[in-house]
Write a protein that binds this ligand. Structure first.
Ligand SMILES: [Zn+2]
Length: 287
């Protein structure tokens, strides 16, 4: 996931969970293959025990088409997609075969799969695969696109598929709009309100051609500078964070106050004489 593919032709999905809302059924599927280079490690075993490989790959493809390229919009030619499970440092990356770039490879680290919290295993594997699958199908401005935008679009699709993990950030200290991944993904989602639900779909289509930042954003936003849009976004995020903090504080104070009231109520409870145990009345006493 964090690796930007070597040739910029950049791209994760839960099979069943994702499929309900965003899976587009009307998509011709390319040949998909699974290659396990390290069957002895725990990562490969966990993968095989947790997900159904054909379904997870096909659903990831359908999810990407439903969210990023609906209405059969143009996509790069893809003849096959091979998921390769192997041991390497990192999470995952997507590339094409040197000999024929229409044959794609998604490399997924077994070391990373082994490190995932068992409770999040299926969602995380699915999420990473949807992200990588975006790289298979997205345009990249003829390899000229800003890497942060490429990664942001991939995480935007993961977000829209309902597969954002709990640790994702909406902004980070000192970073810009093209920080990539979660931050750029949330930023792109925030633009939907002002520029329409299809704003990222349009961005991807525009990346069929070379990326020149100023022109690209002028076209997308009707003349607004991306830096201004980012400043507006970070301001609204920090205001939201302040509101959340205040609410949390109020909740905490309320809980504390209720706790104190309950303690007072306990203290004020009138002393009650214990009832006589059953069978202890005088009548029942042995003669
Ligand atoms: Zn990526």
């Amino acid at each position: 996931m964090p690796a930007i593919p070597p040739r910029g032709d950049a791209a994760s999905s839960d099979s069943r969970k994702t499929s309900t809302k965003h899976v587009c059924e009307d998509v011709p599927l390319p040949l998909t293959r699974l290659e396990i280079r390290d069957l002895s490690g725990e990562g490969a075993k966990l993968f095989l025990h947790t997900v159904d490989a054909p379904s997870i790959l096909n659903n990831a493809i359908k999810t990407v088409h439903a969210i990023l390229t609906p209405m059969r919009l143009d996509t790069p030619n893809v003849r096959s997609i091979t998921l390769i499970l192997r041991d390497f440092a990192g999470v995952a990356y997507t590339t094409g075969k040197d000999i024929d770039f229409e044959h794609k490879e998604i490399h997924f680290s077994t070391e990373y799969i082994e490190s995932i919290d068992p409770e999040r295993l299926k969602d995380e594997i699915t999420g990473v695969l949807v992200h990588e699958m975006v790289h298979v199908w997205q345009w990249n401005g003829e390899h000229s696109c800003n890497g942060g935008l490429i990664e942001g679009i991939a995480d935007w699709v993961r977000l829209k598929a309902g597969l954002a993990p709990p640790h994702w950030r909406k902004r980070c200290e000192g970073c810009e709009w093209d920080a990539g991944y979660d931050v750029t993904g949330f930023f792109l989602a925030s633009l939907e309100g002002e520029f329409g639900k299809d704003v990222v779909v349009r961005m991807n289509q525009q990346l069929r051609h070379r990326y020149v930042e100023e022109e690209f954003w002028r076209e997308i936003s009707g003349g607004k500078d991306v830096k201004i849009l980012w400043d507006k976004y970070t301001l609204s995020q920090s205001e939201q964070e302040n509101r959340d903090r205040e609410e949390e504080q109020r909740d905490g104070e309320e809980k504390q106050e209720n706790g104190e009231k309950n303690q007072d109520a306990d203290r004020k409870l009138p002393f009650r004489k214990p009832e006589s145990p059953i069978g202890s009345s005088k009548d029942d006493s042995p003669a």
